[in-house]
Write a protein that binds this ligand. Structure first.
Ligand code: NIG
Length: 420
């Protein structure tokens, strides 16, 4: 299958040579684009691109004749798919009643201490058979595709037993079989201490290391390992233990870090070569220095900061420290029931004063690095996967985060095929 897209008003985030490392600091401020462009896909890849004015009439005619599909994108723009590097897409049911509790003044931690929060989702997931869980997850998977996402990281962490963690990660893998999304998976057994280990956190970490992680690894279900380092959840010492055990299975660390306090999550992530440390509401110079020069990406989850009504991370300071920033949705039933990357970018601009160029790099290029798919996703580059979307007629790329609730996507192409 080949698709020829002609008369593209602007090809956004087009990079002839794909970046070999995440963009950091000043690099995040520029967004390479090509005006008046065409693009050809062949099979599942982007094959060639160029400027319309450089195409001779006979070349244009040959491209039109030889392609299986021709799309006239007059007045419309082409973006690479978003790479959403932090989600909890696999969950059962919903938690809107806790949302009401939050509005009545209870904090995220208070709800968790009462046995709600993550443990509420654990109970719901335990009572949901795998196929039903898959169907619930596929609804969200198709929702995020329609919003422009082409690659997604999905975590476990609502299972907390061998059977249920494995069930979650199997469902995450099945999302890749059942949809055109590229899926990377993360084992997050250390998301909360289950009720059966109340008062015995170490006992649960033992079970993770001795039983749950080996079972997950035996089926090759996880690319990454993650831990929620936070007061009332897990400690820096637990993280060391889990990362050391996970290294044997080739699972790369990630951390839910510094969401509610200066927890040390950033530092332990850097020490173990984490691909990313995520959240970062409670960070300052100490954390930024720890991240500086490391290979670890600072992933911002502004949807959760918004939904929990907290203060936002100091993203501009992070750029001053030359850090690589990614933006992800954190789609989950507790702190961010949304997978809309456009809204996340808008929040990052409005609340953290980032530029449109920076957020489009953070949600696409650095998102791809944060989930290890940058060789195939994260920019419009010949040889990469043809995973992109074509907008409706819009005046500028700034218009995308600006019109933060409008549906602006007209065509979606994933792995070289027209979606929908
Ligand atoms: O990334 N903070 C921990 N985990 C999720 C929330 C999970 C939940 O509340 O269900 C997050 O915000």
């Amino acid at each position: 299958m080949s698709i020829f897209i002609k008369n593209i008003k602007k090809l956004v985030n087009v990079r002839e040579a794909a970046p070999s490392a995440p963009l950091r600091g000043e690099e995040m401020l520029s967004l390479p684009c090509l005006d008046g462009a065409w693009l050809l896909t062949e099979g599942d890849r982007i094959s060639r691109l160029g400027r319309m004015q450089d195409l001779r009439p006979e070349e244009l005619e040959a491209l039109e004749r030889s392609s299986d599909e021709v799309i006239d994108a007059e007045g419309r723009m082409v973006f690479p798919s978003y790479c959403d590097s932090h989600t909890h897409l696999v969950y059962a049911g919903s938690r809107e009643m806790e949302f009401m509790d939050k509005l009545r003044g209870l904090s995220y931690q208070e709800i968790a201490r009462r046995g709600g929060g993550i443990l509420n989702s654990v109970e719901l997931l335990h009572n949901t058979p795998e196929d039903d869980l898959l169907q619930q997850t596929l609804v969200r998977a198709h929702e995020i595709i329609s919003l422009g996402t082409g690659a997604v990281e999905i975590k476990s962490g609502y299972g907390l037993t061998v059977e249920d963690e494995v069930k979650m990660l199997r469902v995450a893998r099945r999302v890749e079989e059942e949809t055109p999304l590229r899926v990377r998976t993360t084992f997050l057994g250390a998301h909360a201490v289950p009720a059966r280990y109340k008062g015995n956190r170490e006992g649960y970490v033992d079970e993770i290391v001795r039983e749950i992680m080996p079972a997950v690894a035996a089926e090759g279900l996880a690319d990454y390992v993650d831990i929620f380092v936070e007061e009332g959840f897990f400690t820096v010492e637990d993280a060391s233990r889990i990362f050391e055990a996970a290294a044997k299975y080739g699972m790369v660390p990630k951390v839910h870090a510094n969401q509610m306090s200066f927890s040390g999550g950033v530092q332990v992530g850097v020490r173990y070569g984490a691909a990313s440390v995520d959240h970062l509401e409670f960070t300052g110079p100490e954390e930024f220095k720890a991240l500086q020069g490391s290979g670890t990406i600072a992933t911002l989850l502004p949807g959760a900061t918004f939904f929990l009504d907290m203060d936002y991370p100091k993203a501009k300071d992070m750029l001053e420290y030359d850090l690589p920033l990614a933006i992800a949705s954190n789609y989950n039933p507790g702190s961010c029931p949304s997978g809309d990357m456009k809204f996340m970018m808008a929040l990052a601009m409005i609340k953290m004063r980032l530029t449109p160029e920076t957020v489009l790099n953070a949600a696409i290029v650095n998102g791809a690095f944060a989930m290890g798919v940058a060789s195939e996703y994260g920019s419009i580059t010949p040889g990469k996967k043809a995973s992109l979307f074509i907008t409706k007629k819009i005046p500028s790329y700034e218009f995308v985060p600006y019109s933060f609730t409008s549906q602006l996507i007209e065509n979606i192409i994933l792995n070289g095929k027209i979606y929908g």
